[in-house]
Design a protein around this ligand. Structure first.
Ligand code: ASP
Length: 325
């Protein structure tokens, strides 16, 4: 039997509210051992060990908790008896943690994140099935070397591309034009695609010793956006990600301010539009002041920029990582 370690961090999957209701609950209340009692079938998939790393709403995930989670995964993965790891996590920021781990873990054993949209106390809670399928996927040989994965609503996602696209429904995640990696049918794994991008062992950041992150802020462009916002966000940060309109666009005022700030800041142009790709732009960035985010949304671009800044301040090199990772 495979040996799977579940590292719990909290989220709605551990949430508690009025019995039977799905609205108005508190995330991160039940321990992972309590959650497991609602899915006894998991014990027939693998032998299970649990670690309660923290028990928080995922909006409380932060750099310290990412470092702690990464260290904990490395510790568990070192044990030759570990076949795979499941991380339970709130859905709000699951994609940030998944992306961070995908780029920084130094292991090829299966790592699968999951969570739920309905609290454990609701009727038809979605957590138990998601957890069951996450354990099944983590125990599958097919998931080895596939990078950090997530399972949600019978679907397998890559840590690179998963995005929460629905704030309400149980089918809350999508990858959209990239295509999901596959489907689950109960405990059966059906991979359809594989990410061609570097991750885990092949990522340039998997050997990083991370103690703290450089500060990078995000500026969200909207009509009438003022230059003071950009200046304020750059005051205590060395990096800035712009969530521009369209293909990473903004006004002439922002363009002028970005040109000034780029002298001593690394600035990435991403887009607030969920689909598409941001390339360099002769019109909005004629002096090549910025790094284009390529396919990454602003919150993932922020993570990649922070990791890149731990290695270099060379803009070309960082641009290359945005295009190839
Ligand atoms: N606010 C919750 C969290 O991210 C939402 C969820 O888990 O669905 O922890």
């Amino acid at each position: 039997m495979k040996h799977i370690v579940i590292i719990a961090t909290g989220g709605t999957i551990a949430g508690s509210g009025e019995f039977g209701k799905a609205a108005e609950y508190a995330a991160g209340r039940f321990s992972v051992e309590e959650i497991l009692k609602s899915v006894p079938a998991i014990r027939s998939l693998a032998s299970i060990q649990t670690i309660q790393l923290c028990n928080v709403d995922s909006n409380e995930m932060n750099q310290q908790r990412w470092i702690k989670l990464r260290d904990q995964i490395h510790e568990v993965a070192k044990n030759p008896q570990t076949d795979g790891i499941v991380v339970t996590h709130g859905t709000d920021t699951l994609e940030e943690t998944a992306f961070f781990l995908n780029l920084t873990l130094h292991t090829d054993i299966p790592i699968v994140l999951t969570g739920s949209m309905r609290p454990a106390t609701s009727a038809s809670a979605d957590g138990p099935m998601n957890l069951y399928q996450a354990v099944a996927l983590a125990a599958s040989d097919q998931a080895k070397g596939a990078g950090v994965l997530a399972v949600f609503s019978d679907t397998i996602y890559s840590g690179r591309d998963i995005r929460k696209t629905n704030s309400y429904k149980t089918d809350a995640f999508e990858i959209d034009h990239f295509g999901s990696l596959g489907y689950m049918r109960d405990d059966q794994v059906y991979f359809l695609n594989r990410s061609k991008r570097a991750h885990t062992l092949t990522s340039p950041f998997s050997d990083l010793k991370i103690e703290h992150f450089p500060k990078v802020n995000i500026a969200y462009w909207h009509c009438d956006g003022d230059e003071e916002t950009l200046r304020a966000l750059c005051q205590n940060a060395k990096g800035l990600v712009i969530a521009g309109s369209g293909s990473g666009n903004y006004s002439k005022v922002w363009q002028k301010t970005i040109h000034e700030l780029a002298k001593d800041h690394l600035i990435v142009r991403a887009s607030r539009v969920p689909k598409g790709i941001v390339f360099d732009s002769a019109f909005f960035d004629p002096d090549h002041d910025t790094i284009s985010a390529f396919t990454f949304p602003a919150h993932k671009a922020r993570i990649l920029l922070m990791l890149a800044m731990m290695k270099t301040s060379d803009k070309e090199k960082i641009q290359n990582w945005f295009e190839t990772l």
